[in-house]
Design a protein around this ligand. Sequence first.
Ligand code: NAD
Ligand code: MG
Length: 389
Amino acid sequence: MKRVAVLGATGSIGRSTLDVVARHPEKFQVTALSAHGDVAGLKELVGQFRPATAVLTDPAAAEGFEAWCRQQGVRALVGPQGLDDIAADAGTDLVVAGIVGAAGLSSSLAAASAGKTLLLANKEAVVMAGSLLMAALARSGGRLLPLDSEHNAIFQCLPFRDGRPDLAGVDGIWLTASGGPFRGRQLAELADITPEQACAHPKWSMGRKISVDSATLMNKGLEVIEAHHLFGLSADRIQVVVHPESTIHSLVAYRDGSLLAQLGAPDMRIPIAHALGFPERIESGVRPLNLLELGALHFEPPDLETFRCLALAFEALNSGPGASIALNAANEEAVAAFLDRRLGFLGIAEVVADVLHSAGSPAVTTLADILAMDAHCRALARDRINKAS
Ligand code: NAD
Ligand code: MG
């Protein structure tokens, strides 16, 4: 029986994870669940999965929550510290990092330091602190299994030796991108895009922040940096290709000319089931593709001029870890402002570029350095957003 904690249980990743878990009651026991402000959603999941602990990270939403948990015989924790507690708990084997944004960093690091198997969707944590996270896993003997579909695909196309994916013989990787809802559009056509339009992804159903990131192609940029840390590849060995059908989830190019790909329906339950069951294959609830029904697959280069965020992410990766923190912090602030209608769609890339270029890439090694750089860049971004509106 694998004991699983799901952080960000009420989100898109959290719910897909619990959907797979519920199909295998003999294999998984849910030990802890977390949500930020969605108390009703968390209560419903607590009722269904009966975890030992439930964490509500937003104290403003917690009225009556602790009393309710007491009645259910469930330990309640309120506030963000509870995430680190459940991530490092001795009674848990697998930690699903399904929180969005920098808010997931501390608990991802806590799970890595405690030697857990970290099923990671929270790419912002890797972009901010990839070196620290990988070092913590190496020290503790923990392991990372990627949930992000592209990185999970790469992982599946690599041999696994001595507890890690083995990159011997690998030339490079191809990360596929759907191109998002505005693929093929020109810059001038994007000025009046609304949050509703940006969140209507043609292939994937996801949370609002990652949906906007997919529309700007920042999501692919964050994934390039994520791949650099997860697989130890320099930027020149990571290529992005637009593949609108989202059938091939990514590919590994080997020295001998072989290209290995992982294919599947665009449904996160596939990578999630792969990681939950690893190394065993378990049912995900998704039907395999029928090649005879698939039709043609298409590939095209990304348009880096219209979708500048992807170019900015490569620039940040080549500039050093401080620049990746700046990129992520500015993007989180800009996307939140866009979703609040305080910033236009094209303003997102402008804010990110300004912050990236004014913050530089100072040396960041410790968690304190990372958090200080993140706070500094968020302040720069907010200032820039206020001036724009
Ligand atoms: P979502 O918005 O649907 O869910 C986010 C979850 O995090 C919710 O449970 C929410 O309560 C919690 N949360 C939000 N703010 C928080 C805070 N300040 N403190 C603690 N918890 C907080 O997001 P999602 O689409 O599930 O994405 C989660 C992560 O997974 C993101 O990093 C995203 O990039 C990554 N990811 C998502 C998908 C997908 O298909 N949704 C695919 C690949 C990677
Ligand atoms: Mg992805």
